[in-house]
Design a protein around this ligand. Sequence first.
Ligand code: AMP
Ligand code: TRP
Length: 335
Amino acid sequence: MDKKTVLSGIQPSGSLTLGNYIGALKNFPEFQNEYDCYYCIVDLHAITVPQVPQDLRKNTLEVLALYLACGLDPDKSTIFIQSHVHEHAELAWVLNTITYMGQLNRMTQYKDKSKKYNESINAGLFTYPVLMAADILLYQADLVPVGEDQRQHLELARDLAIRFNNKYSDTFNIPEPFIKKSGSKIMSLQDPAVKMSKSDQDKNAYILLLDDKDTIRRKIRRAVTDSENHIDYNDNQLGLKNLIDIYSSLTDKKAEEIVAMYQSKGYGEFKDDLAEVIIESLDPIQKRYKEIISDRVYLEQVYASGAVKAGRKASKTLRKVYKKVGFVPKTDITK
Ligand code: AMP
Ligand code: TRP
């Protein structure tokens, strides 16, 4: 039987946070043995908000090195840079023509980002979810591991696949989101009402995968809790709830177990232990990252062969799509 396909991507729009790790990246390697996996670094998405070109280049290689440091194996998964496979932009164009403006207007990520960057809203930010649908549908993905904030985008990808199939005949597989119950929405350490984000102005709001030990300890110590002075897991103590979620995701202990462990202890002791849990999880990743990031030849090999493998699958799907919509097939006279 054919293996099912997994696809996911992360934007190289800055250093990755603990939220990216717990919500997405940590789950990626788990699929490698059972699924045909595609993991991309979505640089085309990143330019929908302002980027400094040399930083974008640096961040792209940084995300690639983090993929590898977190356990993605280029012999098992196809790891590539989105802009290296031109079919993504091409399929996005075709999908744009079957997407309703109203659907895109309802996207909460677009609404949030357009508020934040209100001086410089571009059309790419509006059609961002269509490009994401193209990423997924090009590879006929069955499963897409993402954080909770991407659920609505996944719904659109499914909707566009169904619409295209109905209009032109069966072409795309209908993808399913893979969103874990716990850890799929890690919140800001400074305001547990908003998600942890690498673009937060306040550096204390997030932990980066590459933060050093003292920075991690300091940020966790400063994390906002409450004045109840009682360790519990509920919606009235959102700051604490978030810290317990982080602890739980990194240790596989259930929230109730953690509450029981710290029943008679103070917030200070819980936070100190949590900082060590985070450090222990990130330390091996950071060590591997340091080796990998300095090996530019290896990184180049990985993304170059990834682009070839991804391109093969992507071109096959795009050829089908072009044929179904009625484009005249290109004849290759160089052969
Ligand atoms: P992005 O950085 O927006 O490209 O996100 C990459 C992946 O990380 C996506 O699957 C997101 O859903 C996930 N993600 C981002 N922030 C968080 C968060 N605070 N908690 C859980 N998952 C997250
Ligand atoms: N939009 C996703 C995010 O911001 C990143 C992304 C782009 C993605 N293309 C994808 C995720 C395809 C999964 C599958 O997090």
